[in-house]
Design a protein around this ligand. Structure first.
Ligand SMILES: Nc1ncnc2c1ncn2[C@@H]1O[C@H](COP(=O)(O)OP(=O)(O)OP(=O)(O)O)[C@@H](O)[C@H]1O
Length: 226
């Protein structure tokens, strides 16, 4: 279990704290969500959890032990919003090998299989992949590290409906063996996949009693739309 206890964070260049006394716990085998508007501090929260930013006060614990930033960076895998902007490799194989120099072709394929892309050519250029494939590649890169905590920043942003569905299915599988936290401004998309979570506003978390759900859509023949 990963726990944040009363964590506050004010970046050196910010005039006010972004996080004010945030507490949450993330259990292995469960996917949770933090909903919040643009600018509410969702990405900042992930940076604090993953050890990329040091809390101004409060504690981050794993299995009851307080961890420093380096330990958190080992523990957590963070997939950025639009991870395709951060690809460094010239090919899928190179991208997977970053940090795993001795990765064999079989191990690379096993990582791709985990994200439903088995058989993809390791020679393919990442920028030639579809948006959904690029998200999956970024996930595969993180999964190679086998993080106990997987943090996903707006994993459905910018994807079409079909691809969003694929990502949600993948999320359900990945959360079986890890603690997963999704931050999103569209929590209604995750109903049925994520059990619960919090809303982040004014630097503080409030529990979400139930995930907001999408209004049911009724298929109408084209041309009959209001
Ligand atoms: N290093 C920093 N220096 C100054 N301000 C910062 C810094 N990091 C974050 N902030 C401020 O904290 C606030 C929250 O930013 P953050 O990117 O975490 O929000 P967000 O909820 O992820 O937004 P979005 O959904 O648009 O990505 C913003 O107002 C931002 O300007």
């Amino acid at each position: 279990m990963l726990e944040l206890r009363n964590v506050s964070y004010q970046p050196a260049t910010a005039v006010a704290p972004v996080l004010c006394g945030v507490s949450l716990s993330l259990a292995v085998g469960r996917a949770s969500l933090v909903a919040g508007r643009s600018g509410s501090g969702k990405t900042t929260l992930l940076e604090v959890i993953s050890g990329l930013a040091e809390p101004s006060s409060g504690q981050v614990l794993w299995e009851g032990e307080r961890l420093n930033g380096r330990q958190l960076r080992w523990l957590c895998g963070l997939v950025f919003q639009f991870p395709e902007r951060h690809f460094l490799g010239l090919s899928v194989g190179q991208e997977l090998k970053l940090g795993h120099r001795r990765l064999t072709a079989e191990e690379a394929q096993a990582a791709l299989q985990l994200v439903g892309m088995e058989g993809l050519s390791l020679q393919q250029a990442p920028e030639q992949l579809s948006g959904g494939q690029q998200r999956r590649l970024a996930l595969a890169v993180q999964l190679l590290r086998n993080p106990r905590v997987l943090l996903l920043d707006e994993p459905t942003a910018g994807l079409d409906w079909a691809v969003r569905g694929e990502i949600l299915e993948l999320l359900a599988v990945l959360s079986q063996e890890r603690a997963v936290l999704v931050v999103t401004h569209e929590p209604e998309l995750f109903g049925g996949v994520i059990d619960g979570g919090w809303r982040l506003a004014r630097g503080q978390l409030e529990p979400l009693s139930a995930l907001p759900t999408m209004a049911p859509t009724i298929a109408t023949p084209q041309g009959n739309q209001p």
